[in-house]
Design a protein around this ligand. Structure first.
Ligand SMILES: *[C@@H]1O[C@H](CO)[C@@H](O)[C@H](O)[C@H]1NC(C)=O
Ligand SMILES: *[C@@H]1O[C@H](CO)[C@@H](O)[C@H](O)[C@H]1NC(C)=O
Ligand SMILES: *[C@@H]1O[C@H](CO)[C@@H](O)[C@H](O)[C@H]1NC(C)=O
Ligand SMILES: *[C@@H]1O[C@H](CO)[C@@H](O)[C@H](O)[C@H]1NC(C)=O
Ligand SMILES: *[C@@H]1O[C@H](CO)[C@@H](O)[C@H](O)[C@H]1NC(C)=O
Ligand SMILES: *[C@@H]1O[C@H](CO)[C@@H](O)[C@H](O)[C@H]1NC(C)=O
Ligand SMILES: *[C@@H]1O[C@H](CO)[C@@H](O)[C@H](O)[C@H]1NC(C)=O
Ligand SMILES: *[C@@H]1O[C@H](CO)[C@@H](O)[C@H](O)[C@H]1NC(C)=O
Length: 647
């Protein structure tokens, strides 16, 4: 049975007058209630669906808002992670007929609640909208994952290091299956950027590597895996985020390269994906003057800035559709990123992206409470304004909606899953982090471990006994926890001491530990490797920059040399930091993933695989998927693409 629009508007009245019920309680939706539109009501004839939509619904079909945090019953800075549907969010879904939702880790900590949240979102949407939601998440595998109970996988650069594209296929297959199991249907993956810039602060290990052919081959296989799991894939970030030294979360990057160069590097994986029939392409908030040198005024000071790709008709329509022949759906990167917020403004940028020809908009505005709903109305008005001023047309809007509905139809998403929710939860419980998949995850992580340096006396494998003193220095406690667990699993002999090092100097307890050690395991973690300015960055938040230092790991390595003890340095993220340890005595290896154990749930397999290698329990086979420049000599490659030692 369907609830009419009238019922929703009276609900709106009720909500604004009533004392709100506490978060997590269900007013519209009791946990097992079903306010489903009859799934068989869904019309799979796209033209008649479009004919039945209002102008506003055509516009909102293009929006993918987030419901990441919600301040139920109020609106202040205490917005909390939204894990269960509440009346207010349900109301916004019922009221606006969105095309879909973008969900984040905050929404997806546990499997059962994720399934219910998504199910309830579909139900709320179905009150007024015949067309079910796209439910999208960034489950790339590696350092970017959203499903709390899901598998993390080693990530793209680790796959690149195995030189085995079958692992990209496996990753697509597994993450696609998990995304579908919770009721989501679209994965913003694989990352298809070619990481040619060692200073890239945001892509790094999310990329398969520095060679366009390597990236392309893996992208295509990853997409095969997703498709086989019936999950929509999306290559990103077009035209390429691999050669930037700025993160578009915090600034507006520029790729000032010639068209020839872009054609031979950045665009290669996107062309391969298009040839392989990719369904969706995500834009980058990046300036590409070779593709579009037109400007818009910045909201900071009115000065002209080059249009970022997301807002460029020349790039998103003329080039991507006209020249590259892409016929699928395009989507913006998140519109809450600084590249957009600081320079253009979210609502204006959403309108501009739409009139540039982009089909879907991720997080067009930041809505955290009922009083923010007016922001959606402003978005609708801004798009109408583009139409009335002739920058966009209803015909173009309908073509765009047609592409979105065609995609939904292709994946059978015009029908809601009407099977009992308990069955779906049971299936999801059994599917996420399946032991057979965990075994593949471990295998890939172990084969990816790349040893770039090893000394026969002070290197690996470590042979420890009951009298050995092993000191483990890691950037944070999530990693020490991961090492501790792995050492226990492998039943390694010796006394272990664990310490994190958010510090620069090797003094105090850290020095005492190092002085007593027979073996040291040292994690190194940087996003951009700038040892020359001692104090590269440890983490992606700008506030954290400078907390890490080159000097601590360097001092540890020096100490090991001086005391003639074994040392293994593990590069935990982008592998470029191995160049800092050119003169180390001992072993230096790359793991390509830094996430340890968080909340006892999240755990990446990379560091455990490195531990296994260090203690001789697995053989390293990895080969560098990028060149590693020397930090001591300019214009010198210390370890070239393809390099890796076998023990
Ligand atoms: C913020 O909103 C919540 C929910 O209504 C309320 O409990 C809390 O007191 C508010 N905090 C402030 C500082 O207003
Ligand atoms: C791009 O590079 C060209 C050639 O080096 C230079 O003339 C131009 O000013 C650069 N454009 C921008 C926006 O930096
Ligand atoms: C901008 O691009 C157009 C078309 O590619 C070109 O003709 C023009 O010279 C470019 N202008 C500048 C300032 O680079
Ligand atoms: C959302 O609403 C709150 C409370 O009315 C307001 O303080 C905040 O600025 C709004 N957010 C936006 C982005 O307009
Ligand atoms: C799913 O798993 C959770 C957590 O282990 C458990 O509490 C719940 O009962 C399971 N539900 C079903 C239907 O299997
Ligand atoms: C490092 O360890 C200390 C002591 O256990 C702990 O308080 C701190 O939160 C840890 N820091 C990190 C970044 O894990
Ligand atoms: C270690 O050295 C740093 C920098 O010289 C200093 O700030 C810190 O207090 C020292 N810590 C200990 C425990 O000696
Ligand atoms: C490398 O080049 C930079 C910039 O040109 C220069 O400042 C630095 O001294 C050079 N370093 C070495 C080791 O030659």
């Amino acid at each position: 049975m369907k609830i009419s629009i009238l019922a929703v508007s009276s609900l709106l009245v009720t909500l604004s007058n009533a004392t709100p019920s506490p978060a997590g309680s269900y007013g519209i939706f009791k946990k097992d209630d079903s306010v489903y539109a009859n799934p068989n009501d869904c019309d799979s004839d796209i033209e008649s669906l479009i004919a039945g939509m209002t102008l506003e619904q055509k516009i909102t079909q293009k929006l993918l808002p987030d419901i990441r945090n919600w301040n139920y019953g109020g609106c202040n800075n205490t917005a909390a992670p939204l894990q269960d549907m509440n009346d207010e969010v349900a109301l916004s879904l019922a009221k606006y007929s969105f095309g879909g939702l973008t969900l984040f880790a905050e929404n997806l900590y546990t499997t059962e609640r994720s399934v219910r949240l998504i199910d309830n979102a579909q139900k709320a949407n179905a009150i007024n909208n015949k067309i079910p939601l796209l439910v999208c998440i960034d489950q790339e595998g590696g350092i970017v994952t959203r499903l709390g109970n899901g598998i993390m996988m080693p990530g793209n650069m680790a796959i690149g290091a195995t030189s085995n594209t079958d692992y990209a296929y496996r990753t697509g297959l597994i993450v696609g299956k998990e995304v579908r199991a919770v009721g989501a249907n679209l994965d913003f993956a694989p990352d298809s950027d070619v990481n040619v810039n060692p200073a890239n602060p945001v892509i790094g290990v999310r990329s398969f590597g520095m060679k366009p052919e390597l990236v392309s081959a893996n992208v295509v296989r990853y997409l095969d895996g997703l498709r086989e799991s019936n999950c929509i894939g999306c290559v990103k970030h077009f035209p390429g985020h691999g050669d930037t030294a700025t993160d578009s979360h915090f600034g507006l990057p520029l790729v000032n390269k010639t068209l020839d160069r872009i054609n031979s590097i950045e665009l290669v994986p996107f062309k391969a994906a298009i040839a392989a029939g990719v369904d969706m392409i995500m834009t980058a908030h990046i300036q590409y003057p070779a593709l579009d040198n037109s400007t818009i005024p910045s909201i900071i000071d009115g000065e002209p800035i080059l249009k970022p790709a997301t807002l460029s008709r020349a790039i998103m329509t003329d080039f991507l559709r006209g020249q590259l022949g892409f016929k699928g759906v395009t989507v913006t990167d998140a519109m809450n990123m600084d590249a957009i917020v600081k320079y253009v403004g979210q609502i204006d940028a959403t309108a501009k992206a739409i009139s540039a020809g982009v089909d879907l908009i991720i997080m067009p505005v930041l809505v955290r409470c009922v009083s923010n709903f007016t922001l959606y109305d402003q978005v609708i008005d801004a798009v109408k304004n583009e139409i009335s001023e002739g920058r966009y047309s209803v015909a173009e809007l309908e073509s765009s909606v047609r592409r979105i509905l065609t995609l939904k139809k292709k994946y059978n998403l015009l029908q809601l899953d009407n099977s009992p929710i308990e069955e779906r939860i049971k299936y999801a419980n059994a599917t996420l982090s399946d032991p057979a998949d965990k075994a593949i995850e471990k295998q890939i992580a172990e084969e990816a471990i790349t040893v770039v340096k090893n000394d026969p006396t002070y290197g690996i494998p470590f042979n420890t006994d009951e009298n050995s003193n092993v000191v483990v220095f890691m950037p944070d406690d999530t990693q020490t926890a991961a090492v501790r667990r792995k050492v226990g699993e492998l039943k390694i002999k010796g006394n272990f001491n664990y310490m994190n090092f958010t510090r620069r100097a090797l003094n105090g307890t850290a020095e005492e530990l190092a002085n007593k050690a027979s073996h040291i395991i040292l994690g190194s973690l940087v996003t951009t490797n700038t040892p020359a300015i001692d104090g590269g960055d440890i983490f992606i938040n700008p506030g954290d920059i400078g907390t890490w230092a080159y000097s601590f790991p360097a001092a540890v390595v020096e100490k090991a040399k001086e005391k003639k003890i074994s040392v293994a340095v593990v590069s935990l993220r982008n592998p470029y930091d191995v160049a800092n340890f050119e003169n180390a005595v001992g072993a230096v290896l790359c793991a390509y993933g830094y996430k340890g154990i968080i909340l006892d749930v999240y755990a990446q397999p990379n560091l455990p695989a490195a531990i296994s290698t260090i203690f001789g329990q697995s053989k390293p086979k990895g080969r560098l998927p990028v060149d590693i420049p020397s930090v001591f000599k300019n214009d010198t490659i210390l370890y070239p693409f393809g390099f890796g030692l076998s023990l």
